[in-house]
Design a protein. Structure first.
Length: 293
């Protein structure tokens, strides 16, 4: 519980600071800062819904808030995680278009807003089933003990596995696939352009003048480093928990032998991702709003 309280404090202060900073500068907001604002909102949902929910469950060991609250909070709990993953996809695709097609800037703002709209819509759509499958159920041997569970909803264990697998794929693997594609293409283009530049220098046909290395290009490189760091943090925080979740789905008996403290630690890593994002943003804050293009 103490760890969750520390995470809550760090995530709340960090994400509120990022959100308010970007909100005050909304009159000159760049695409990246707009995306970072939405990422901060997603992390705030995780901070103010998911963390208190976990603390409350650990303190009471049962559900006390009723069936409607059960469905609402489990929906919001999942919605924040989906939204965070989908915003990272938007950030990656924005960098993809900025690096691969640097001259196509006229529709970049509109494209960014459409990607954000799609991210919110798909997050909402994927989270709605949570409010259906979860419900308050009383313990069969203790009528006074209620819990917010999926017990009794799925007709067979295979149905439950299929639903859980869908959640893992939609929340982690699919975003990771798109993110990996985007940054792989970015890397290939950067390497290719570097090779072309070296070749021109060797042949004495240096076409890329020093003046062409503008502040915009340096800002793009800086922004790219920041977004890559955020994605690496996402993979680092999520992968161990996803691995043990898949293990539990396909071999529950052996997975249950894993020390519960390790399972808790892996889940805490997922939650800590909401603390890491504002810290990464803060490390790139110097003139960030002026530089992001």
């Amino acid at each position: 519980i103490a760890v969750y309280c520390v995470l809550f404090t760090v995530a709340a202060i960090g994400n509120l600071s990022v959100f308010l900073t970007l909100l005050r500068a909304r009159h000159r907001k760049s695409r990246v800062s707009l995306l970072m604002t939405h990422l901060a909102v997603a992390d705030l949902i995780v901070t103010f819904v998911m963390i208190p929910l976990e603390v409350g469950w650990r303190v009471t060991t049962k559900w006390l808030a009723g069936n409607f609250a059960c469905k609402l909070f489990l929906f919001l709990r999942t919605f924040g995680l989906y939204l965070s993953s989908n915003i990272l996809v938007c950030i990656s695709l924005d960098r993809y278009f900025a690096i691969i097609y640097p001259l196509k800037v006229s529709d970049a703002r509109r494209r960014g807003k459409l990607m954000l709209l799609f991210a919110w819509f798909t997050s909402l759509l994927c989270s709605i089933p949570q409010s259906v499958v979860f419900h308050v159920s009383e313990h069969p041997e203790n009528p006074t003990f209620y819990q917010c569970v999926t017990f009794g909803f799925f007709a067979t264990p295979r149905q439950e596995m299929a639903y859980n697998l869908f959640c893992v794929v939609a929340m982690y693997f699919l975003p990771l696939l798109v993110i990996s594609f985007a940054y792989s293409r970015i890397l290939c283009v950067i390497v290719s352009r570097s090779s072309d530049t070296r070749g021109e220098r060797t042949n004495g046909r240096m076409r890329l003048r020093r003046s062409d290395m503008s502040n915009i290009e340096r800002a793009r490189a800086r922004t790219l480093r920041m977004t890559v760091t955020i994605v690496v943090a996402f993979v680092w925080c999520w992968t161990p928990y996803v691995v043990i979740t898949l293990w539990y789905m396909f071999d529950r008996d052996s997975a249950q032998q894993v020390d519960s403290r390790l399972q808790d630690a892996l889940f805490i890593m997922v939650v800590s991702n909401s603390c890491v994002n504002p810290l990464v943003y803060g490390s790139y804050t110097t003139n960030f709003r002026r530089e992001c293009k």
